[in-house]
Structure formats: C-alpha cells, structure tokens
Design a protein. Structure first.
Length: 267
C-alpha cells in the first residue's frame, strides 16, 4: 500500500522529451513515456499547478494546496519543449513551468525562439529563469552571480511580458549565497535538483524548492510513487542524493562534471 508523507507537494523535473528511438540520453524521456505519465495523472485526477499558483495558495493558507496536485517543470531551452512537450500538456489540459537560459534564446535551430516562448506562455505555460549563460551559479563571484540573476530575469520578462519569480540552478549547483542573492534581486524561490517534498512552513512556502528528476529510466511505477508521495521512496531518494552530494564535494565541480559526462547513466 502506498504510504504518504504530510503536506508536501511534489515538483517534477524534466529536461527533454523525444521519440523513443532517440531517447538514449539519461535526461531524455521518450514521447511515449511522457504521454503515459500524463495519462496516469489525468486518470488518477491529479491537477498540475504552476509554481506561482503554489505560492499563492500557500500564502492564503489553503489546506488543500498539496492534495492531488503536482508541479511539472522543464530545464533548458530544447526545441522539444515547444514542438512536443507543450502540445502533449495542452492535450491533457495540464500546465508546466519552463526554466529558460536567456542567452540561448534565438541562437540555434534546436533551441527555443522568443516567438515560441510567447506561444508557450499564451498556451498557459509559465516561463521562468535558468540563469543567463548556464554557468554553475555557486562557482561565480558575487558580481557575476548577481549579473546572471538580474540579466536573465530582465530579458525573460521583456520576452514574455510577465513576471519571472523563480530560478532553477544549472547543474543543480546551489548554495545559501545563491539563494540570498536571488531573493535580493526579486526572485521568490530557487529550485534545486535535490529530491524531496515541499512542505508549507507555518503557512509559508519554502524559499528553496526540491524536485524529483524524471529521466529516461523512470518507470511508471516509480513515477506513481513520486506523485503519490510514497514515504519509503522519498526517504530513499533523499539519502541517495546526499551521498551523491558528498561525492561532488570531495571531487569538486570540474572533476565531477567530467566523470558525469563519461558515466552519466550512473552519476
């Protein structure tokens, strides 16, 4: 029997969605699997809400904020977010939050354009920041960090003509200094790559948001454990992430990233 934790809401983290024959990278979820996952949410009466909605409901102390609700997010600027992911989301009447690297817009054929981002916004999707240049934020000095945060937010707001209030950290590289700087320039919260649920603390939403990675290897039964907040599964994922974080700390970002590039299925 599925066990649930308390009031936490699960936030899902995707990267790319593509045809099964091309979905060989760990971070590429096949189109078939993505559709199957959304069908599961639909058939089990889950609702998708944006991060902005989550915050608004939390601030009004809505006791139902995490009941049968999930937040779907995507990182990076891949064209599939427009050509595949958005159309499938709309098909199921679902919405998602897309974290975009501002300097990548309108740069390559397989990257999102400004016009496509506007179309996605008009289709009900949320556009938020994934930094300006996709550098590891925790590695930057104070001036560089602030520049990444301010420039990305400004360019994205100009592009989609709506507020940008959330940022996800490239490569999951997060620190308290990153959070403090993000809050100082006007972001509401920082999304990390750490697994875990997001509880309301005294009726207030957290300033750092955990997310569960959905990858090419995520089976439907595992997906069901994430969205249903299975207690044993969540605990195991948190323990696994802490172990990986210790390895990052020992190796350093550069060496860990090189190893990740070589053994990305395991790290």
């Amino acid at each position: 029997m599925t066990q649930r934790t308390g009031a936490g809401i699960p936030i899902l983290m995707y990267h790319e969605v593509g045809p099964r024959e091309t979905a060989t990278e760990r971070y590429t979820v096949s189109t078939e699997s993505f559709r199957e996952q959304l069908k599961f949410l639909h058939e089990n009466e889950y609702r998708t809400i944006s991060l902005e909605q989550y915050y608004k409901e939390a601030m009004t102390c809505n006791s139902e904020v995490s009941d049968k609700k999930v937040v779907i997010t995507f990182d990076d600027n891949n064209l599939c977010h427009y050509s595949t992911s958005t159309s499938i989301l709309v098909e199921f009447d679902f919405r998602a939050t897309f974290f975009v690297v501002s300097s990548f817009i309108d740069t390559q054929p397989d990257m999102l354009t400004a016009a496509q981002l506007v179309e996605m916004k008009n289709a009900g999707m949320s556009i938020e920041s994934h930094s300006h240049t996709h550098r590891f934020l925790s590695d930057l000095n104070d001036a560089e960090l602030r520049g990444e945060l301010e420039t990305s937010r400004r360019l994205l707001e100009d592009c989609v003509q709506s507020n940008v209030r959330f940022i996800s950290c490239p490569g999951g590289r997060y620190s308290k200094r990153v959070l403090d700087s993000a809050l100082d320039v006007g972001y509401s919260a920082v999304c990390t790559s750490a697994p875990g649920l997001n509880d309301l603390l005294g009726g207030q939403p957290p300033k750092t948001l955990n997310r569960f990675l959905v990858s090419a290897n995520t089976r439907l039964d595992t997906f069901a454990k994430i969205v249903s907040r299975d207690e044993d599964f969540v605990r195991g994922e948190i323990l696994r992430h802490r172990t990986k974080s210790m390895l990052k700390g020992l190796l350093g970002n550069d060496l860990y990233y090189k190893l990740w590039q070589r053994y990305r299925k395991d790290l």
